[in-house]
Design a protein around this ligand. Sequence first.
Ligand code: DX5
Ligand code: ZN
Length: 229
Amino acid sequence: MSFDRSIKIAPSILASDFANFGAECAAVEAQGADWIHVDVMDGHFVPNITFGPATCAAIRPHIKGVMDVHLMISPVDSYIDAFAGAGADILTAHVEAGPHIHRTLQAIRASGCKAGVALNPGTPASAVAHLLDLTDLICVMTVNPGFGGQKFIDMSAKIQELRSMIGDRPVHIEIDGGVDPVTAPMVAQAGADVLVAGSAVFKGGSVSDPAPYGENIRAIRAAAEGVYV
Ligand code: DX5
Ligand code: ZN
């Protein structure tokens, strides 16, 4: 994985057909997705359950590019090797998931994955101030994690603060929750480069009619890049 700050659109398969993950991943990639965002929920850290490492391993062969795995689980450390073994490129853990996020990020890097750290809306930017050299991606949640299709919460001030804290370090800022063509310009302007979008990508399309996925991805990208089409 090479690093750059161009806008990347990462569809969340949380909004796709759960009986058809492989074909859904291939369809959004063919329609222009940059990364595939995979939401793992445990019914404990967040009030919803999705799937675990076996499903990630089953999805992996259907993704040509980056598999971005968002771990909404607690504890994290005992599952890192299983998700790395499932073929994740990036593993993102939440600051709020336990007392030892520093150790967790070290363990993720030791597993061979890029290390991401996620911040819930109520958690300040300062929570990652001492983690900047241990992380490859900071995920700013713009909804409370657990469900797709929620209303966007404006975190522009936090994004700007993180962007200046990061400086020249090769650290992505990813935004997760409620991203659509209306909210994308705000987060891009504040300094984000990876935009996760579930509902706004998958709405109106299907694996048998994937063209709307492409239209949706292009609309979010154009809005983020400041080109209104
Ligand atoms: C929320 C998940 C998000 C979510 C985004 O807990 O981490 O990835 O699926 O979905 P939308 O874009 O519908 O808000
Ligand atoms: Zn997510």
